[in-house]
Write a protein that binds this ligand. Structure first.
Ligand code: ADP
Ligand code: MG
Ligand code: ZN
Length: 482
């Protein structure tokens, strides 16, 4: 049987976080509109004769994205009309960019499904406008123009991905970068970031690009991966049955887990692109581009590399911390206030802290634990004032109810004791309460020491320093040998 490989290219639509819309002064913050059709004007509802004006902030954000994706920024920009009819498009055309986009020929380095580096070429980044929102009722549909004209960026990759995992890793990284830049919240439930997957399959070893299908409006990473995986299997089956894949636009039915045909794919000529006569070409100043470049924050890859070298973290440890800028900043604030090594601080964040976040469903910015208090707690474990287990108890208490680590340790009586008298007493009691286990040890079952350690920890409520305990326990057991 022929072995196939998938070929995937992604188109990503990202709304920009500007105050006003792309071509008018209406608020772009449509999700906070008091009512449908309140953030509208003659421009964004497509009234005849209304004139668009470019939003400078949107251009600036587009340049930030282009630079972050290693693109060249094109100084000479034009806008084009992309003509089609749909009830969510009041003008009957969308203002977009066609032959001269704001940024082109960049790349993004990711890890593929086998964790090998893969450079995905970013073909272009262009500026356009979002459509209105339709809600389909039983016998009619409603249209809300608050979203119409919101600045939208389209990021188009070359068909460079060869697995669903690679596509996911590309999409995840683009989202992280957009969030780092502060140009998009990444809030996919709100539809501010949407993926379109272009998928084809071909026999492994072949370099041809076969007919692709395009799956529109994927609003979550889960939808992106499930829909692409489904489409890959479907196309392989078509070829295996001697058929041909038809180029078309598909939708994803989340409930049934299938792609559904929406329409035959239109080609560029179907849109009758022509230069937008109401907007003059946009000539960008090199100096302005350079000043935007100087505002670029440290991006995930650079931060990851720095964390690996500064804090001796593994790549995956560093990546966990840099996946969110806020998390990376939190980590660095704790490092700054703590005497413990970065590696230990990472463990606390990756372990008990993340568990709390996942279980509680809270977002990082809803967590009210000052870095300084977290640092104090970690230091108390590092200097053995409390045990690791007690540290977890204190951390959870602080996350739930706030408070000061020293006071919680005092209130819960968690301070660890390395006072040998106290520990010795506990050991003697454990040994006399468990004669059978002591016999087993003396008969050569050395592993029983671990179990006895557990008993001592329990008897001392976790307050006995484990190193001291072990030393004393081994000595006490050896003393029982004849
Ligand atoms: P257009 O939408 O203008 O026709 P293209 O067809 O060149 O542009 O590309 C649109 C998207 O489809 C791009 O993201 C590209 O990477 C992807 N793509 C193009 N050809 C294929 C293919 N054979 N298999 C998978 N993806 C493809
Ligand atoms: Mg497309
Ligand atoms: Zn408007």
């Amino acid at each position: 049987m022929t072995q196939y490989e998938p070929v995937i290219g992604l188109e990503i639509h990202a709304e920009l976080q500007t105050n006003s819309k792309m071509f008018c002064s209406c608020s772009a913050d449509y999700s906070n509109a008091p009512e449908p059709n309140t953030f509208i004007c003659p421009v964004c509802t497509g009234l005849p004769g209304a004139m668009p004006v470019l939003n400078k902030k949107a251009i600036e954000q587009a340049i930030l994205v282009g630079l972050s994706l290693n693109c060249s920024i094109n100084e000479f920009n034009t806008f084009a009309r992309k003509n089609y009819f749909y009830p969510d498009l009041p003008k009957g055309y969308q203002i977009s960019q066609y032959d001269l986009p704001i940024a082109s020929k960049g790349y993004l380095d990711i890890l593929d499904d086998t964790d090998n580096p893969l450079r995905v070429v970013v073909r272009r980044v262009h500026i356009e406008e979002d459509t209105a929102k339709l809600s389909h009722e039983k016998n009619y549909a409603l249209v809300d123009f608050n979203r119409a004209g919101v600045p939208l960026l389209e990021i188009v990759s070359e068909p460079d991905m060869r697995s669903v995992e690679a596509a996911l890793s590309y999409a995840t990284k683009i989202r992280a970068i957009l969030r780092y830049l502060g140009v998009n919240s990444g809030d996919m439930e709100k539809g501010v970031l949407r993926f379109e997957a272009n998928v084809s399959v071909r026999p492994i070893g072949s370099s041809e690009l076969r007919t692709r299908t395009e799956i529109k409006n994927l609003n979550s990473f889960r939808a992106l991966t499930r829909a692409s995986a489904y489409e890959i299997e479907r196309q392989i089956e078509v070829y295996e049955n001697g058929g041909e894949v038809v180029q078309e636009t598909l939708g994803w039915d989340e409930a049934r887990g299938v792609t559904v045909s929406q329409r035959g794919k239109e080609d560029a000529h179907d849109y009758r692109y022509f230069p937008e006569p109401d907007l003059p070409p946009l000539q960008l100043d090199r100096a302005w581009i350079d000043s935007i470049k100087s505002q670029l924050p440290e991006l995930p890859d650079a931060k990851t590399a720095r964390f690996i070298s500064d804090f001796k973290l593994t790549p995956s440890e560093a990546q966990l911390l840099t996946s969110e800028q806020a998390l990376a900043n939190y980590f660095e604030s704790i490092v700054a206030k703590s005497k413990s090594p970065g590696k230990a601080i990472h463990s606390w964040i990756a372990g008990e802290f993340m568990r709390y976040i996942n279980d509680s469903g809270l977002a990082l910015d809803e967590i009210n634990l000052p870095a300084e208090k977290f640092a104090q707690l970690i230091d108390m474990v590092t200097d053995k004032t409390i045990s690791g287990n007690s540290g977890k108890i204190v951390l959870n208490e602080m996350l739930k109810n706030g408070g000061d680590p020293q006071e919680i340790v005092k209130a819960k009586n968690l301070a660890q004791v390395s006072d040998t008298g106290f520990i010795q007493e506990a050991i003697e009691k454990v040994l006399s309460d468990n004669p059978k286990e002591v016999e087993q040890f003396l008969a050569g079952k050395e592993t029983i020491v671990q179990w006895l350690m557990g008993q001592v920890a329990r008897a001392t409520k976790g307050k006995a320093d484990p190193n001291v305990t072990k030393e004393l326990l081994v000595k006490a057991l050896d003393g029982k040998r004849k």
